[in-house]
Design a protein around this ligand. Structure first.
Ligand SMILES: Nc1nc2c(ncn2[C@@H]2O[C@H](COP(=O)(O)OP(=O)(O)OP(=O)(O)O)[C@@H](O)[C@H]2O)c(=O)[nH]1
Ligand SMILES: [Mg+2]
Length: 406
């Protein structure tokens, strides 16, 4: 099955580009340390999932690019074309002259309705190129105006137009010491709206990835590009073709469905986090060896870092909420094909309390600003009323309370 990716706003477009680039670089640039036959079927599965084939031959990303300003999109299109490996469809993007100015209301209430038809037509065209559509993967930040506001609007439109398709929203959590003064408002509005229409929110925190770049990748001057490459590697390792218990000796066909089935058993719990090991500079890889038991143990330690629990495997019932049977709570996917130059690597997607503190923090800060009515007029002037803020706070308070009692 194929996934249609929507890249929204600056952040969404820059990360989306790195994701396709990581996947394509992996498929075309390495042999995956496996048999030729294995590599070929992996290649075919990857191709179907992320790329369509153009008549002239090269892979074309199954993506729609949207931003309200032209700069990032034109850069993204041209870097991809210059790679020589793959490109974007030159019809499959939409931009305007001026961004949403970090104003969620502008993206959601102005740009969204105004450009709905054009954007949804592009999505429809991309969906029709898929023999079998496995769902939508959207990428956006939640602190700006376009990715967050327009992204929330477009997600609602996707839900209406494709009621039975999976929608996975990848969301970038802003730096705590953020650059955008109203980032907590934008975040609260984005999360609450996505919670209503998305199947799951896969969250990366910029602070956490920044730390990985500094401590594990040894990068001195960390740029968005560095951060995005780590994110792309992590996303790629989850979205790459794998064997599941059900798929047997074929690569699994339904990447988003497989993810949601185990990870989102209840509509109140939609926040997914992603951890990946090992992560290190490319030139250190040649000198490192890893064993599967050590990788799995490390991954588990990362999961329970904040919780006091005994050592054990992922079958350990104390890892999971009591209303889930541990057999249903954990699924392992495997492939003998290496990913992105790592001979062995493991990724863990979890639906856990990992975002509880950051979420509480963002909601608290936004509430304090709201209580003093700071900047509210910038939202009401585009039609987002105080009532809408209150609804959003209520939705997220409920999410916080659910995760707290997990
Ligand atoms: N990881 C990562 N974060 C980014 C990137 N670009 C922007 N951000 C984060 O995204 C937030 C700002 O949102 P943008 O994506 O720039 O905003 P936008 O969607 O283009 O919206 P407007 O510019 O208001 O139209 C801040 O929290 C930034 O830290 C990127 O390439 N990578
Ligand atoms: Mg922008």
């Amino acid at each position: 099955m194929s996934i249609v990716t929507l890249q929204l706003g600056q952040c969404g477009n820059q990360i989306g580009h790195e994701v396709f680039s990581a996947i394509c670089g992996d498929v075309h640039g390495t042999h995956g340390l496996c048999s030729k036959k294995e590599n070929e079927s992996y290649h075919d599965a990857c191709q179907e999932r992320f790329f369509s084939e153009e008549e002239s031959g090269g892979p074309v990303a199954r993506a729609v690019l949207v931003d309200m300003e032209p700069k990032v999109i034109s850069q993204t299109l041209s870097i991809a074309a210059r790679s020589g490996y793959w490109k974007y469809d030159d019809q499959s993007h939409f931009c305007q002259k001026q961004g949403s100015g970090n104003n969620w209301a502008n993206g959601y209430s102005v740009h969204g309705p105004k450009h709905k038809e054009v954007i949804m037509n592009l999505v429809q065209k991309e969906a029709e190129k898929c023999d079998r559509l496995g769902g939508f993967f959207t990428i956006m930040s939640m602190a700006g105006g376009t990715g967050s506001g327009l992204g929330a609007f477009v997600t609602q439109c996707l839900r209406d137009a494709f009621p039975t398709s999976f929608i996975l929203n990848h969301v970038i959590w802003p730096y705590g010491t953020g650059e955008v003064i109203v980032q907590n408002y934008n975040s609260v509005l984005t999360l609450s709206h996505l919670y209503r229409s998305s199947d799951a929110l896969l969250v990366h925190e910029n602070d956490a990835i920044h730390k990985i770049c500094a401590q594990l990748m040894n990068i001195k001057q960390i740029s968005f590009r560095d951060v995005n490459q780590v994110i792309a590697h992590q996303l790629g390792s989850v979205l790459q073709p794998v064997y599941t218990a059900e798929s047997g000796s074929h690569y699994s066909r339904n990447p988003l469905g497989d993810l949601m089935e185990t990870l989102v058993p209840h509509p109140e719990f939609k926040m997914l986090g992603l951890r990946n090991i090992p992560q290190m500079p490319e030139d250190s890889l040649a000198y490192s060896t890893f064993s599967w038991p050590a990788l799995i143990k490390h991954l588990r330690q990362m999961l329970i870092a904040n919780a006091k629990m005994e050592e054990g495997g992922f079958q350990d019932p104390s890892l999971y909420t009591s209303w889930l049977n541990p057999q249903d709570a954990f699924r392992a996917w495997k492939t003998p094909r290496a990913f992105n130059k790592y001979e062995k690597s493991a990724a863990l997607v979890s639906n856990s309390q990992f975002l509880l503190k950051p979420l509480d923090n963002v909601v608290g800060k936004a509430w304090n600003m709201f209580a003093s009515k700071a900047y509210i007029h910038q939202y009401t002037k585009y039609g987002i009323e105080e009532e809408d803020f209150l609804d959003s706070f209520t939705t997220l308070e409920q999410v916080i309370s659910s995760y707290t009692t997990l």
